[in-house]
Design a protein around this ligand. Structure first.
Ligand code: ADP
Ligand code: MG
Length: 674
């Protein structure tokens, strides 16, 4: 008997070879085939009047052939048939290539259905080789993501076979379906593939979108609870006062509160899984330092992972200075150490001689081993995937995990990305901070801004100029950081000590420049976006961003976060000559607000979720049908239903929920294999 979990190989019409092709597409079972949804539909019921048929659109047209079928012989091997069709709105030209059988069947004066892409002809709009049906034909055909080895038609045929033999278990409890007006699973599966009407298709889509977002969130909730069930090493926080005494400033109330929330987790006997969210400059590093210090005092090792070497080195310096004379051994592990240096650090780590290791992705490699890892901190979490966070934690047992992030992730997406974490928010800036003033101007102001910057430098303060790319790209007319630097050094800023920082420099060079900038030797840093995350030099109070239109809103916010870190008033100037309305809108938003949440939401609205989810490795399973942004309302509703369900059946023991449970287990596998 065939079931959803039967190997796809055993479905009629598949066999060994085609089975492999299907498996390469991720279709390994009959159930997976049923869950392989069409990417589009050929909808013979959705008729477009010719007058409304736009270029390059796929349309279905119902029209009469009004001219004889004209035959043109182009070459020996090519016959072209041409005729006009007309509905009561306009005419259109149709061309067929070598389709003699079809051409002979068509009758002038009769009405047919034509499906294809609209192209330009000399006089008329043109349809090239459309699919043609008798005009009475009704139906919606699925179009699957096909490949040369597997056509859409083949997938369609196999899916029909599977549908006639297998029923899928229901994954949504009846009560939830009723409340949200959702059809049952088998109606949905039948109609996502072979809908009789648009309405049925829409009902199927509605249900499957809800289901996908429901299972995603249920899965994350269980992941969270699963971690809760484990035991965590116990870290007692009786060292907090000592820690505070070694800081050069007083913690804000928000920082103290967040530290206490973390200590409550870490002393509970269960592992902490917490996200600390705080806008740029809110002081997340100090919070992590407090936990790291306590962990060391309790005899456990900590690891702090940052996305760039510069940032890792900066953290290393910060922690070394806060924790000096405390008999705590701090190590640094980045890709740019020599092999020998790395070996030494790894050995000391393994032997437990290093209490705190700070590093980049280099910490993730398999040969990095710990003696007794107790705490893993990931800084700028949005730069890492869920799986990377997990990988570092898995190097110890009962490890506490803290992830820190500024807030470029909009709330709706944060819910998903951090669904398995508890959240603490630092919603207060250190005392004495002033709002950063931001201006948006065109390049005719450049000279004046240089003079403005010089005034700050003359007062002993520092600043940044940010350019988008390292190398000259004339085609895009982008100011190259290197050339820009040379020019300033020889002209406008020849009396000042300025430095250059970009991603293609050797780590040692970068480090040397950063050190000189931090010590105040370099007054003005010309940089690419390598300074985007985390860099902390509070004496910098002015920033000029060139080609500001090239940056996303959240990125501009991060960049701007490099200033305004001390008690002095800071100013950010954005230069752009872009005439685009969209750019103006974006740059106006960033000029008006410094609230990271608002900026992220605006960015999401203007540019879509790609920047947050697409390019970055976030480690979540790929959505088959739902869109985390477009379906964000459904996301919320489904989230609430997950909460309800967990309250009534926390273990999903109710037989009604077994289908759901199976899907969640399937999802775990995917998250973990990612
Ligand atoms: P972020 O949250 O962006 O990572 P940092 O941890 O780098 O911010 O802190 C920003 C700056 O604020 C640093 O120079 C840090 O020393 C300083 N800082 C942090 N907490 C306080 C505080 N409570 N009082 C004064 N300055 C602080
Ligand atoms: Mg930081």
């Amino acid at each position: 008997m065939l079931t959803a979990s039967t190997d796809i190989r055993y479905l009629k019409g598949v066999g060994e070879k085609r089975g492999e092709v299907l498996k390469n597409k991720g279709i390994d079972t009959v159930g997976a085939l049923l869950r392989f949804y069409p990417r589009a539909y050929l909808d013979w019921t959705d008729i477009t009047p010719i007058i409304d048929a736009h270029f390059y659109e796929n349309v279905c047209i119902k029209a009469r052939i009004t001219t004889p079928i004209e035959t043109l012989k182009k070459r020996k091997d090519m016959t072209i048939y041409r005729f006009l069709i007309e509905d009561n709105t306009a005419s259109l030209e149709v061309t067929l290539f070598n389709q003699t059988y079809l051409a002979n069947k068509l009758r002038t004066g009769r009405e047919y259905l034509f499906y294809g892409k609209i192209d330009g002809g000399f006089i008329y709009k043109n349809l090239k080789s459309p699919i043609i049906m008798e005009s009475g034909f009704m139906g919606i055909e699925p179009i699957y993501p096909a490949s040369s080895k597997l056509s859409s038609k083949t997938i369609e045929k196999l899916t029909k076979t599977a549908l006639s033999m297998v029923q899928l278990p229901e994954t949504l409890p009846e009560e939830i379906r009723k409340r949200n007006n959702l059809c049952d699973i088998n109606f949905a599966i039948q109609n996502i593939h072979f809908p009789k009407t648009r309405d049925n298709l829409n009902r199927a889509i509605k249900r499957l979108v809800f289901e996908e977002l429901f299972i995603l969130q249920a899965g994350l909730t269980f992941l969270k609870r699963q971690n809760r069930g484990k035991s965590g090493c116990v870290i007692i926080d009786s060292y907090f006062d000592k820690f505070k005494a070694s800081l050069p400033f007083e913690l804000t109330n928000a920082q103290t509160r967040v530290c206490k929330e973390c200590f409550a987790d870490m002393s509970s006997g269960r592992p902490m899984n917490r996200l600390v969210q705080g806008d740029v400059g809110s002081g997340k590093t100090a919070v992590s330092a407090a936990l790291i210090f306590a962990t060391a005092k309790n005899g456990f090792q900590s690891a702090l992972m940052a996305p760039t070497e510069i940032l890792a080195e900066q953290h290393f310096n910060t922690l070394s200075s806060i924790l000096k004379n405390r008999n705590i051994n701090i190590g640094l592990l980045t890709g740019s150490l020599t092999k020998k240096q790395k070996e030494k650090v790894k050995l000391e780590l393994k032997e437990g001689k290093i209490d705190i290791i700070i590093g980049t992705h280099a910490l993730l490699t398999d040969d990095v081993e710990f003696n007794n890892l107790g705490l893993v901190v990931t800084d700028e979490q949005h730069r890492f995937g869920v799986n990377q966070r997990g990988k570092l934690s898995s190097k110890g047992e009962n490890v506490h995990t803290l992830v820190m992030s500024a807030t470029p992730i909009p709330r709706t997406l944060g819910l998903i990305l951090y669904g398995d974490l508890d959240i603490s928010i630092i919603d207060e800036y250190p005392k004495g901070r002033q709002k950063i003033d931001t201006y948006f101007v065109n390049s005719s102001y450049r000279e004046r801004i240089y003079n403005f910057i010089k005034k700050f430098l003359n007062d002993g303060l520092q600043g940044y100029i940010v350019c988008p790319l390292v190398e000259e790209n004339e085609a895009l007319d982008i100011t190259s950081a290197t050339e820009y630097y040379e020019k300033l050094k020889e002209n406008e800023f020849k009396d000042y000590n300025i430095g250059l920082l970009h991603g293609k420099m050797k780590p040692k060079e970068k480090d040397a420049i950063m050190r000189k900038f931090a010590s105040g030797e370099i007054k003005l840093l010309i940089s690419t976006t390598v300074i985007e995350v985390g860099i902390d030099v509070p004496n910098s109070v002015v920033m000029l961003i060139e080609n500001a239109e090239r940056f996303g809103l959240s990125q501009l916010h991060q960049l701007r976060g490099r200033i305004g870190r001390g008690t002095k008033k800071s100013t950010c100037v954005l230069i752009s000559d872009s005439k685009s309305q969209d750019t103006k809108k974006r740059l106006n938003i960033i000029s008006k607000t410094t609230d990271g949440f608002k900026i992220a939401d605006a960015d999401l609205e203007l540019r879509g979720p790609g920047d947050f989810l697409g390019n970055r490795q976030h480690g979540l399973p790929e959505m088959k049908i739902a869109d985390l942004f477009a379906d964000r309302d459904v996301l919320k509703t489904a989230g609430r239903e997950v909460e309800n369900l967990i309250k009534t059946d926390p273990e999903l023991k109710n037989p009604e929920n077994s289908g759901l449970k199976a899907e969640i287990i399937e999802l775990y596998k995917k998250i973990n294999n990612n």
